[in-house]
Design a protein. Structure first.
Lengths: 221, 565
């Protein structure tokens, strides 16, 4: 299992899981390109830490398709992800903020994960209820994001991630804005959702304590 | 009561209040004089008379009709163009377009109209191209078509900028989420962009509607006849040609009533209007490469380019004529240029002083550490703010008519005309100037007010040591804009202008009126040069920047604070 920045994966392991092999990326300035090598096994929850500017968020953006690498390979279960647009990748992302569209209700925000045009069937609505229940927010369907607390908003965003049924969950400093007690609660929620849905989870955080709390493995960039 | 026995709190309140109150009194005096003039001429206030007057009825109906259609067309064009620009930050020419669209405030209307005539007129480029292919040439410009073309020409770029700014203010995560969730082009518009745009639509469309409702030069030059007259032009004609003051007063009151109703319906008018380039936010959107997005965007951009670019090119092209130097050597041109200079500088200064008074007091009324806690703060600040934007509702002719009626007997007309032109031009620039100054003053005061209080820096010392260095950039921008707006204005001057008292826009209009288009093209060139030149020089001088008109590096900080009107 490899985390080092510059080297090749030390051992060619199984073809399942998420593999970044010599993925190079540059923001187009004079700095030398960042290189990423990483292997994550299915079912693993990996925390990514490191000083700011080292490319933690860039790593997630490359996996989800928001940034395009200069070269390298990105595979999931031997499927090449690089040619796929963001919507077709087996990935769902939880950002630090603005996960929810402020003008849409909780229900609609989650519903967008089921149908991108919000044409929802009865069973879709049932699934939204179930997702809300799994993040303990029953009954808040008609609220707007502004009427929720910061922690509740991230729970709704997590619920949307769940209804999308994507095997890879990416968390980009999702709870940094929350106070310590709430953060702890959210972290254990993530851990249990990860286990229940047998996800492959990558979480970027700048807090080593968070990383150690729930991760199977901590990668230092 | 002797001064020293005044409680210090009252004295201090007065110190903070007098600049704004002085501005308010000055504006109020002008308005009061104008209204007393108008009311003195209206003998019959029976509203039923209006219903029976079919002329007034038709006039009002057409004024509404053309304003509604113009606003709708401009909005329908601006939305797809703003979307296209928002998802294509790397588009070649994007920056130029945005600069041009903020220039549309500074480029005089009469120059734009001239460009439109050069392209769409009887001998214009379109008809020349049609003639080349042996198609039938026709004149389609004068009348409703011309009015609509010109209104969309001026307002669609303005709306595009406002819409683009709104779209760009949406969080970056929105575009990432839409990409990950796989929203289609239609769904992105329906679920994300439209809800964002809808919030600013009433205010921005309301503003454009008012501009079209009261538009003067465009209807005067392109209207073509009595059937396509608007209230504003009818007021002008009643005054200038019929010398029928009661009729003008009735028309003015009608116009006023409608403008006020529009305001009451719209309530909040736009507080922000993009003026100069904002910082460029490089937001990557992921919906730019879809085929349908490409087709729609290409069509929208092409349509906008076809509408906006040819008249601008024509203005430059037409100025290159054999008569260039002959026209330049006419002494009347230089007289007009000098008159314009004097009028615009006086109007700009007056406007700036009025706005400064309002802004200084407004900021004290907003700050809790000063007067913000007083019981009257809310009402007074609303009054001051409203008095600054009032002119958006009061068409200049309404004011001019009223002032003219009141003052016509008091002194010689020769002195009255310049005075009225300067005063009304200053008031016309005031909303723009105030919108630039007030937010900048508030932002600066919020940063330094407590410090100033603790060191007891106030009055003139504060102005000199704190306020001036903090705000000179916005002051420069505001003064430059006010002077440029007055330079290009052709409204009140059309009423009071004579052979001896003509500004450049009026001189140009006279040339166009006598079908001397080659001469008019040269005047347009000089007028643009003067307007832009004054804007750039004043802005740089006052802001304390070295004059390098085409460098684009130093602008950023001031405009981030103050780019909104």
């Amino acid at each position: 299992m490899v985390s080092e920045h510059k080297d090749r994966p030390s051992q060619p392991i199984s073809r399942t899981g998420l593999i970044l092999d010599q993925v190079k990326f540059s923001y187009g300035n004079d700095n030398s390109p960042l290189t990423f090598n990483l292997v994550v096994a299915p079912g693993e929850l990996v925390a990514i830490t490191g000083p700011s500017g080292v490319g933690k968020s860039t790593l997630l953006n490359l996996i989800s398709g928001f940034e395009t690498p200069l070269s390298g390979e990105l595979r999931f279960n031997s499927d090449d992800l690089l040619p796929l647009p963001p919507a077709q990748r087996p990935v769902t992302t939880l950002f630090q903020e603005h996960n929810l569209f402020a003008h849409l209700t909780v229900e609609d925000n989650i519903g967008l994960g089921l149908h991108p045009g919000l044409r929802l069937s009865l069973s879709d609505h049932r699934e939204i209820q179930a997702a809300l229940a799994s993040v303990s927010l029953e009954g808040l369907n008609k609220r707007y994001p502004a009427e929720l607390s910061g922690g509740q908003r991230q729970r709704v965003a997590l619920a949307r991630c769940l209804v999308r049924h994507r095997p890879i969950l990416l968390l980009d400093e999702p709870f940094s804005a929350l106070d310590p007690a709430l953060r702890e609660e959210m972290l254990s929620l993530v851990r249990s959702l990860h286990d229940e849905n047998s996800l492959l989870t990558l979480m970027v955080t700048h807090l080593p304590s968070d990383a150690e709390k729930i991760a199977d493995r901590v990668v230092q960039l | 009561m002797p001064r020293f026995s005044l409680p210090s709190r009252q004295k201090r309140s007065f110190e903070l209040l007098w600049p704004g109150l002085l501005s308010l009194v000055l504006i109020g005096t002008v308005l009061g004089l104008a209204f007393s003039g108008l009311f003195s001429q209206i003998t019959d206030l029976n509203p039923l008379r209006f219903l029976n007057n079919s002329y007034l009825w038709r006039l009002t109906a057409f004024t509404f009709f053309q304003a509604i259609v113009s606003t709708a067309l401009a909005t329908l064009l601006a939305i797809p163009v703003a979307r296209a620009l928002s998802r294509r930050p790397q588009l070649p020419g994007r920056r130029l377009f945005l600069q041009l669209s903020s220039l549309s405030l500074i480029v005089p209307t009469i120059v734009g109209v001239f460009g439109i005539i050069a392209v769409h007129g009887r001998q214009g480029w379109v008809n020349q191209i049609l003639g080349f292919f042996n198609s039938e040439t026709n004149s389609y410009l004068y009348g409703l078509t011309g009015i609509l073309i010109a209104h969309v020409f001026f307002n669609a770029p303005l709306l595009t900028r406002i819409f683009l700014e709104t779209l760009e203010s949406l969080p970056r995560e929105y575009w990432r989420s839409t990409a990950q969730l796989g929203l289609s082009d239609r769904d992105i518009f329906r679920l994300i962009e439209w809800p964002g745009l809808r919030k600013i639509l009433p205010a921005s469309c309301g503003l454009v509607f008012l501009l079209c409702f009261t538009s003067f030069i465009i209807v005067l030059t392109l209207g073509g006849g009595p059937s396509t007259n608007t209230l504003e032009v009818a007021i002008y004609q009643a005054l200038r040609f019929d010398f029928d003051i009661p009729k003008a007063a009735t028309l003015a009151m009608t116009q006023l009533v409608f403008c006020f109703s529009i305001l009451l319906l719209g309530r909040k008018f736009i507080r922000r209007m993009p003026l100069s380039q904002t910082e460029e936010r490089q937001i990557r959107r992921f919906d730019a490469d879809k085929p349908c997005a490409k087709i729609i965007d290409t069509l929208a951009l092409l349509l906008m380019a076809l509408l906006v670019l040819p008249p601008l090119l024509a203005t430059v092209w037409k100025a290159i004529t054999p008569r260039f130097f002959t026209t330049l050597s006419e002494s009347r041109l230089w007289d007009a240029a000098l008159t314009s200079l004097a009028v615009s500088l006086s109007a700009g200064m007056l406007s700036l002083l009025l706005a400064l008074g309002l802004a200084l007091t407004l900021r004290s009324l907003y700050l809790p550490s000063r007067l913000g806690g007083e019981s009257y703060a809310g009402i007074l600040s609303a009054t001051l703010d409203f008095s600054g934007s009032l002119i958006l509702l009061l068409p200049p002719f309404v004011l001019a008519t009223g002032l003219f009626i009141t003052l016509k007997n008091s002194s010689g007309l020769s002195l009255l005309a310049p005075l009225l032109v300067v005063t009304i031009n200053a008031l016309m620039a005031l909303p723009f100037v105030l919108r630039l100054l007030a937010p900048a003053f508030e932002a600066a005061a919020q940063k330094s007010d407590l410090l100033c209080n603790s060191l007891d820096i106030r009055g003139l010392n504060r102005l000199r040591l704190i306020d001036w260095p903090q705000n000179r950039k916005s002051v420069g921008l505001a003064l430059g804009l006010a002077v440029a707006l007055s330079t290009g204005d052709l409204s009140v001057i059309a009423l009071f202008g004579t052979q001896d008292f003509a500004t450049l826009p009026l001189y140009m209009y006279q040339k166009m009126g006598s079908y001397r288009f080659e001469d008019a093209a040269v005047v347009a060139f000089v007028l643009c040069l003067q307007s832009l030149g004054l804007f750039i020089v004043i802005e740089r001088l006052v802001s304390g920047k070295t004059i390098r008109p085409f460098s684009r590096t130093q602008h950023q900080t001031s405009e981030r604070v103050s780019h909104g009107i």
